[in-house]
Design a protein around this ligand. Structure first.
Ligand SMILES: NC(=O)c1ccc[n+]([C@@H]2O[C@H](COP(=O)([O-])OP(=O)(O)OC[C@H]3O[C@@H](n4cnc5c(N)ncnc54)[C@H](O)[C@@H]3O)[C@@H](O)[C@H]2O)c1
Ligand SMILES: O=C(O)[C@H](O)COP(=O)(O)O
Length: 602
């Protein structure tokens, strides 16, 4: 009997080096197989025996591998990035993917500083030179960090940690992150600047700490490098692909960039004759083989973090950092799913529409959300809250471990404050039973932030960290924007009809549209020729218009012109197919066309 119990213990496969601290938590209950050096074929052959797989960044967890994993319940990534895991296929097969979003932040930040100092003082070159029997002192003279400007792109967990350390080195700190928490930036002595261009021209050192997503891919390319000082040095401990490696090699060759410290590459390990291998070979580059998280401490942290989650999952409990955990429980699915989708779309629409607007105000972080009608009767709005947080962050984050378990914590970390209210009024005269209004507030007093909204029948989820001395709950003004004022209202309203989500109000405009696909949202004067101008320009750019809605001013706004102009404004919402480049979007903004144009993908 005892032997049988041993044989049937669930098996866990670990094909990479994962710290033993976490594995010790598994060994009592499970059979743990550490099998390094397996090739994809060998992995595929044996994966069918295992209920859990624990990996770092080297194992490619492909659809093919997952297809062969008949018993697999969980893929645990002992680290942050899940770019080596086919999360979509895992989700479709009901396999939970977990990671450790915070365990290696300090290690990545310290590695950035190590690379910065190595590049500044030619440490790698000097070490190589002296080992070769040379004694080269004047060629290897460096520069100091003190008094230099460190420009940070992406002021999230790693970026802020780098800032705090660099502050101790006496550096001047500037950053570009349209979604950063202003209070945390100020506390770390970082000045947030409104555009990437602003920080590039001032940087003595430029360091990247964003995820690799559409808006950051190739963000440092030929033009960006050309705008920097020839004495500037570049650091990347985030992800390969954010810097155009060929352009950087060219700039280093031409002497228009002085040096670089790079930990991550477009191909890992670099293929022979690739742009990554040329960059690594460059004499002005200090390169490391993706070592950002490779410290004893970080490996202990991530190992314990994910192994605890593997234990939870194999014991039938919810993990704390599931990348693909459902927001709603099966029993809530029928009633809540359409509203969960609506909230996610409203959040994503908010982030993309308001932060992408030409000269818009800022990406705000204080939201009032009102559930009206039948929704007001819900026992819990946790799934709706989680869906909103997920929607707000999905356009700016590669990893969306947001679910009912962690949504409040994630919101708090990002300085997002959401006040929920219910109202049973207002829907009697409507063809649907519930609707939801999202309002982003420009500012909020710190005492309000601490107390929540008085009289609200729902518990208010109030991250204490957002309360600042000035009461500013807002992020910094968006670089690209100028027409809306700080106090202008940012409102999105939606409802569900026939299980389908609809947006019924955006900004000052009313008009129903389905929040799905690629949408171009243009604000224009409601006058002759505007639709023709936009249609013509899109036609020339090869962009197909699938549908178009015109949203006039909302009843509350009718009669106001907002621009001191007699002509009223309207929104043109176009569902499009084909690539809308930044040049095309900007081209829509003209006296004959739109006042503003934003592109959103929902
Ligand atoms: N080299 C390594 O071993 C190693 C270790 C840990 C993390 N990382 C990488 O470091 C990066 C940062 O990790 P993190 O934990 O700090 O992430 P995070 O999500 O906490 O922070 C990312 C920040 O980037 C900002 N951002 C998003 N889009 C932007 C844009 N277009 N322009 C400017 N800013 C933008 C976000 O607002 C956020 O503040 C990730 O790519 C992660 O994979 C690498
Ligand atoms: O995403 C991460 O956590 C880092 O890039 C570290 O990757 P690693 O676990 O392979 O060192």
């Amino acid at each position: 009997m005892a032997i049988e119990a041993y044989i049937t213990r669930p098996k866990i496969l670990i094909p990479e080096k994962v710290s033993p601290d976490g594995l010790a938590l598994l060994k009592e209950q499970f059979e743990v197989d550490e099998r390094k050096g397996l090739n994809p074929e060998q992995l595929k052959e044996i994966i069918g025996q295992y209920e859990a797989l624990i990996v770092r960044s080297e194992t490619k967890v492909t659809a093919e591998l997952l297809g062969a994993a008949k018993k697999l319940k969980v893929v645990a990534r002992a680290g942050v990035g899940v770019d080596n895991v086919d999360v979509k296929t895992a989700t479709s097969l009901g396999i939970i993917v977990v990671n450790s979003p915070s365990g290696n932040i300090n290690a990545a930040a310290e590695h950035t500083i190590a690379l910065m100092m190595s590049v500044a003082r030619n440490v790698a070159d000097a070490s190589h030179s002296i080992k070769a029997g040379k004694w080269e002192r004047s060629r290897l003279t460096g520069i100091e960090a003190k008094g230099k400007t460190l420009a940070i792109v992406g002021l999230g967990k790693v970026g802020l940690t780098v800032a705090r350390i660099a502050n101790g080195l006496g550096m001047r700190l500037i950053a570009y992150d349209p979604y950063a928490n202003q209070n945390l930036a100020a506390a770390a002595s970082v000045t947030l600047l409104p555009s990437l261009a602003d920080i590039l021209t001032q940087a003595d050192f430029l360091t990247l700490h964003t995820p690799l997503i559409a808006s950051t891919k190739g963000m440092i390319s030929k033009a960006e490098l050309a705008s920097m000082k020839p004495t500037a040095r570049i650091l990347n401990v985030a992800r390969g692909g954010m810097i155009d490696e060929d352009a950087l090699v060219e700039a280093l060759d031409a002497g228009t960039i002085a040096g670089a410290g790079i930990d991550v590459f477009t191909s890992e390990p670099p293929e022979a004759d690739s742009s990554a291998s040329r960059l690594i070979a460059h004499p002005k580059v200090v390169a490391t083989p993706h070592l950002g998280a490779s410290t004893k401490e970080a490996q202990e942290n991530v190992s314990i973090d994910v192994c605890e989650q593997v234990v939870s999952i194999l014991s039938g409990e919810l993990p704390r950092s599931a990348v693909n955990a459902p927001i709603i429980l099966p029993e809530e699915y029928r009633t809540l799913q359409p509203f969960v989708t609506l909230l996610e779309k409203m959040g994503s629409l908010y982030t993309q529409h308001y932060s992408g607007k030409v000269n818009a105000t800022s990406f705000r972080t204080t939201f009032d959300i009102t559930y009206e009608g039948a929704l007001a009767e819900l026992n819990t709005t946790k799934p709706l809250f989680a869906a909103l947080v997920k929607g707000l962050l999905s356009p700016i984050s590669e990893i969306l471990n947001i679910n009912i378990v962690n949504a409040e914590l994630v919101a708090k970390e990002r300085g997002i404050l959401i006040n929920e209210q219910r109202s049973r009024e207002n829907v009697d005269d409507k063809p649907y039973s519930s609707f939801i209004t999202l309002r982003a507030r420009a500012s909020r007093s710190s005492s309000q932030a601490r107390q929540g909204r008085s009289g609200s029948p729902l518990s208010t989820r109030v991250p204490q960290t957002t309360a600042s001395a000035t009461g500013q709950a807002q992020l910094h003004p968006n670089p690209q924007s100028a027409t809306s004022s700080e106090s202008s209202e940012q409102v999105i309203q939606g409802f569900v009809s026939g299980n389908k989500p609809f947006i019924s109000r955006l900004d000052r405009f009313k008009g129903e549209f389905v929040p799905q696909g690629t949408l171009l949202i243009c604000r224009n004067f409601d006058s002759v020729g505007k639709i023709g101008y936009v249609g013509n320009l899109l036609g020339k750019a090869g962009v197909n218009i699938k549908f178009m809605n015109v949203a006039p001013l909302h009843d509350d706004e009718a009669g106001e012109t907002h621009n001191g102009n007699e002509s009223k404004e309207a929104l043109m919402i176009l569902g499009v197919e084909g690539e809308v480049t930044e040049d095309v979007r900007k081209g829509l903004i003209s006296p004959e066309g739109a006042l503003e144009a934003s592109l959103v993908v929902l």
